[in-house]
Write a protein that binds this ligand. Structure first.
Ligand SMILES: Nc1nc2c(ncn2[C@@H]2O[C@H](COP(=O)(O)OP(=O)(O)OP(=O)(O)O)[C@@H](O)[C@H]2O)c(=O)[nH]1
Length: 465
């Protein structure tokens, strides 16, 4: 397809003629994001100063660890899920042969709920635990600030999730690799082992050792003994003497409240990653997603990347937030106009037109290789997962192999990368992707490489070529 650029006074416009796209752009009067700048720090203080900070939380863990039951029960105790709904699911679960009152159907129902802790509003992003769901778990985790890792404390249950093939390890590696630096570990189903302190200690010891190798410091992780089924130690301190006798730490809700809210980069250029697209009223479109950096207000003109089209923001909506403004870290729906719906895709970015996100077909990256069986060589192909983006990537060059802990080069141009190694590589994409260098935009510079449903490596973009 041809793109013809004509220099012309006025805003950037675009129209199509057969297969030729004309773009009229003025380089002397560049398209402005907004006509007047406001004191954004003052505005933020005015709008959000007295509002509880929002923490985006993802719940991860091995299949059947009890994630839905746990979060469903917590929401019920907080008065968010009605008893009638709980009863309905209990009946349905019984019919399905599950003891739990939460079936997979509830996992969907529970997704995207908000609830309050004493100092925060928690936006809950649920993530199914089954192996097939890892890509959606990556999407969930990529949008979260912090994570709860749910482990099954029942006899053999923890081991099933923790040994090779279980998702406990993989999920912990993924959350860390995606930049979630603090973790609350719900040691769930402890009722099934009579609240055994030995069992709790055994699980904590195994996890502590493993989580350290992944990059979590001991002080970044809190372990909470609990039961999603009985509701013990979720919102209220334990009542069961078998647990009360040896545990006086935080409840799950307190542990969530203690998780830190990352600093919101509201003064940086706009980076809004689209994770949902649907039709709005009239000719407008709605795009859902997370504003990674900057702030957006009604009337802003944003550039859609990688396409380069210009959209105007007509409305901003989010649960429990004031309309008309969105700040870094918010999950919002934008109502936009002036854009051809056929060019909008999940994974695209809306940006400041004067400082759009770079797009590229080639990057240099530092990767950590997981427990693979087939070594990575020049020419290896992978699914590249990043934010809501998914594309094909080929290894163009193995630049150097690094020492895992010191990061020093131990070999230049290695012929292959084996399991648990660390390296600098060059990747080439099938189609242009919008990315940032990790050191400039932490959230936009991390990715995963997957092959045949298995996560092969996690990486950080070090250079955009
Ligand atoms: N004893 C006991 N059993 C539990 C508890 N929580 C969940 N279960 C059982 O664990 C099974 C799985 O619970 P779910 O909540 O569906 O697990 P999940 O992790 O959401 O499952 P997926 O969404 O399929 O990954 C249920 O059938 C319950 O019987 C608990 O606290 N104690």
């Amino acid at each position: 397809m041809f793109v013809i650029r004509i220099l012309f006074a006025g805003y950037a416009r675009e129209w199509r003629c057969s297969h030729i796209v004309f773009k009229i752009q003025d380089h002397y009067l560049p398209l402005r994001l907004r006509d007047k700048e406001i004191d954004i720090n003052k505005k933020y203080e005015e709008l959000r100063g007295s509002v509880k900070s929002i923490l985006n939380l993802v719940v991860v863990g091995h299949v059947d660890a009890g994630k839905s039951t746990l979060m469903g029960h917590l929401l019920y105790l907080k008065g968010i899920v009605a008893q009638r709904t709980m009863h309905k699911y209990e009946q349905e679960s019984k019919k399905l042969g599950k003891q739990s009152f939460m079936s997979r159907g509830v996992t969907v129902d529970v997704a995207h709920r908000t609830f309050e802790t004493s100092s925060k509003t928690i936006s809950l992003l649920d993530a199914p635990g089954h192996r097939d769901f890892i890509p959606s778990m990556i999407t969930g985790a990529a949008r979260a600030d912090v994570a709860i890792l749910v482990v099954d404390a029942s006899t053999g249950g923890f081991e099933a999730g923790f040994e090779t093939g279980g998702q406990t390890r993989e999920h912990a590696i993924l959350t860390r690799s995606l930049g979630l630096s603090e973790l609350a570990v719900a040691v769930n189903k402890l009722d099934s082992v009579d609240w055994s302190q030995e069992r709790f200690k055994e699980i904590v010891t195994s996890l502590k050792h493993f989580l350290k190798t992944v990059g979590y410091r001991d002080s970044d992780v809190t372990y909470i003994p609990c039961s999603g089924l009985t509701g013990e130690n979720l919102v209220e301190p334990p009542r069961d003497t078998a647990l009360k006798n040896w545990y006086s730490g935080p409840t799950l809700l307190e542990a969530i409240d203690n998780l830190p809210v990352p600093e919101r980069a509201i003064n940086r250029p706009i980076r809004f990653c689209i994770s949902d697209v649907y039709k709005g009223q009239g000719s407008s479109m709605c795009v859902g997603g997370r504003l990674e950096t900057g702030y957006i207000q009604n009337g802003d003109r944003l550039m859609l990347m990688p396409q380069g089209d210009i959209a105007t923001v007509k409305g901003i909506q989010a649960e429990n937030l004031e309309p008309g403004y969105s700040f870094a870290g918010d999950h919002v729906t934008l109502n936009i106009s002036g854009i051809d719906p056929t060019v909008l895709h999940v994974g695209d970015f809306l940006c400041d037109p004067q400082e759009p996100i770079p797009q590229t077909t080639r990057i240099q990256a530092r990767i950590v290789v997981f427990n693979i069986t087939v070594p990575i060589i020049k020419g290896s192909q992978f699914d590249f997962h990043y934010q809501s983006v998914n594309g094909m990537a080929r290894v163009k060059k193995l630049v150097s192999q690094l020492h895992k802990s010191t990061g020093q080069i131990i070999k230049n141009r290695p012929r292959a990368l084996v399991k648990n190694s660390s390296a600098v590589i060059e990747l080439e994409f099938e189609r242009p992707l919008c990315l940032e260098v990790y050191k400039n935009y932490k959230e936009l510079g991390r990715f995963m490489l997957r092959n045949n449903g298995v996560t092969v490596a996690a990486g950080m973009v070090t250079q955009i070529n």
